[in-house]
Design a protein. Structure first.
Length: 567
């Protein structure tokens, strides 16, 4: 078997070499106690920020999930590449001849500069091979393939990246669970689904690979299999109506109904529930995960194909029928009096059928506009949010002459729940470029900026997300630019906002700087908290936030280096 190796080993070792070289230069400058040329201060700040970000990346590769590192192979490799290029760019603006460093150190830094200019994206072929094998196993573990998880192939892949014992598997599962929570908090639907599928892949493989070495538990090589729950169910496969007792794993039971899940789905917190139970929970007005209590940042339900495959295999082995849950088909009455809030709850059952029924959309929008109760209007907004998860629904609903205006009105008049549902629906619609101008024309921008300052509304992150999307169209940028208070608000959010809010704040500032760079840059530079906030985010934020913060810092650095822009 191939010798195991550290994932991203070459990229990590190359980055460690760069960090050591730059750290030696900084330590040497610090020991000389000589004054630093003012023109180099921003460059040093940028270099320090890049060192911190690089260390953070290396630590993530070391402490994070190996499997997730393989899945994100190209993305992480590209991050190392961008960091290396950015280091070279920062060194280009550094006046080495004016610094109190030895000739040897100067030559090493110049060598680093030259190498940074020639650096190319490197993806380790061994990692690529392991990743492709992993994706192949994941692809076979689908509803379309009747074969089950090939535990031995998974064992070989994990062994090649250093996971050999049951405790190694447990550690990998813990890391995947931590990554699932992280992805859920940032709203990554596909990522959360992929991680959840990896979790069940590793958990199942572990139970198969180590099931025969239970007696080695005391030596730390194997952990007990998950506990089973004993429940009675009817044996529908026999003519007899007698009940039989089956052992059902806890993972197969819905945390709400405590029944076997037939259509498991993943919510934004990363937990799985049976679709009917969690849909009923959400439609009754709850916006938290029943198991963890964590707030659901969206109400999309992502199918958990890996878990469903496990349950179907279990049903097959125990001779139980495997039938898809009965789905109610929404029949929309053209009479508005029959189209009330309760029927809106049923809309989420089958989005495609609803989109095919033209009258359904018309009636939803009518309730959104002039429903008799605020609850009915809010349910209509929630229905539109749910429907706009489908791509072509964004076009259909966004193109309706009254839809965006009705959502903006609810954004103004609704309760906190209604405002959030309206903002979420607008965000989904804004994904389609042509809808952005319609949302701006409906008066959303000024209202969203007001909501940023309204602590009682409690939808700061939602409003920021919509604004960050609208800045991508000329009409939205013009409206956002007209707000005199926005830049100050964004600077405060860089300090005190949530992780998502900080990232969207930088997106808005970048958009404004590209349009009228000098004016916005001046306002950022004269504010004493803006640069430290950006540097902190560039060092400790998410990968996307770090990249955006770094871009904004470089833009400010260029503005500072121009004499006619000096403050």
């Amino acid at each position: 078997m191939e010798k195991s190796h550290f994932v991203h080993a070459r990229n990590v070792s190359s980055m460690i070499w760069r960090i050591k070289l730059l750290s030696s230069m900084l330590e040497e400058i610090q020991l000389t106690c000589c004054p630093i040329p003012p023109s180099s201060i921003m460059s040093f700040n940028e270099i320090l920020s890049l060192i911190v970000k690089s260390k953070h990346m290396i630590q993530e590769c070391k402490d994070g999930s190996y499997l997730w590192s393989l899945i994100q192979l190209e993305f992480i490799s590209n991050q190392f590449y961008l960091l290396a290029k950015d280091m070279g760019n920062s060194l280009d603006t550094l006046p080495l001849s004016s610094l109190s460093i030895t000739r040897d150190t100067q030559e090493q830094v110049e060598l680093l500069q030259k190498q940074a200019k020639m650096v190319k994206l490197f993806i380790d072929p061994r990692d690529l091979q392991q990743r492709d094998r992993l994706l192949h196993v994941m692809a076979n573990n689908s509803l379309q393939n009747k074969d089950f998880v090939d535990a031995r192939k998974v064992e070989e892949i994990l062994s090649n990246i250093g996971l050999k014992t049951a405790s190694d598997y447990d550690m990998e599962i813990s890391k995947l669970e931590a990554e699932a929570r992280n992805q859920a908090s940032t709203g990554g639907l596909k990522e959360a689904s992929d991680i959840k599928n990896l979790l069940f892949l590793v958990s199942y493989s572990k139970s198969m690979i180590f099931k025969d070495v239970e007696n080695e538990r005391n030596e730390g090589e194997c952990q007990p299999l998950p506990e089973f729950q004993h429940i009675k169910i009817h044996d529908y496969c026999s003519a007899s109506s007698k009940s039989i007792t089956l052992n059902i794993r806890d993972e197969f039971l819905c945390p709400i109904s405590l029944e076997l899940m037939r259509d498991p789905v993943i919510v934004s917190s990363g937990h799985s529930y049976d679709r009917v139970s969690i849909a009923r929970w959400i439609n009754s007005g709850h916006h938290t995960c029943p198991k963890s209590g964590q707030r659901l940042i969206h109400t999309a339900l992502v199918p958990n194909y890996a878990l469903k495959s496990l349950i179907q295999q279990w049903c097959y082995e125990n001779k139980l029928p495997v039938n898809d849950p009965t789905m109610s088909v929404l029949k929309v009455n053209s009479s508005k009096k029959n189209f009330n809030a309760n029927s809106l709850d049923a809309i989420k059952i089958n989005k495609i059928l609803i989109m095919a029924a033209g009258k359904a959309i018309e009636n939803i929008i009518e309730v959104l506009e002039s429903g008799k109760t605020m609850e009915a209007r809010q349910n209509a907004a929630a229905a539109i949010f749910s429907l706009t998860m489908i791509d072509y629904s964004k076009v259909t609903i966004g193109g309706h002459p009254r839809a965006t205006k009705a959502l903006v009105n609810l954004l103004k008049e609704g309760t906190a729940v209604g405002k959030r549902d309206a903002a979420s629906a607008l965000f989904n619609l804004a994904v389609y470029q042509n809808n952005k101008a319609r949302i701006v024309s409906a008066g959303a921008v000024s209202l969203l900026i007001e909501l940023l300052m309204d602590d009682k509304a409690g939808i700061t992150d939602d409003a920021l997300a919509v604004l960050a999307s609208l800045v991508g169209c000329s009409q939205g940028l013009q409206e956002i630019r007209n707000s005199r208070a926005l830049v100050s608000i964004l600077i405060e959010l860089l300090r005190y906002g949530s992780a998502t809010g900080k990232e969207n704040s930088i997106t808005l500032l970048l958009g404004l700087c590209k349009e009228e760079g000098e004016l916005v840059a001046r306002r950022l530079l004269v504010n004493p908290s803006s640069i430290p906030s950006l540097q902190s985010l560039a060092a400790h934020g998410s990968l996307r936030a770090r990249r955006k913060a770094d871009a904004l810092l470089r833009l400010l650095n260029r503005c500072c280096s121009q004499p006619h822009h000096s403050l």
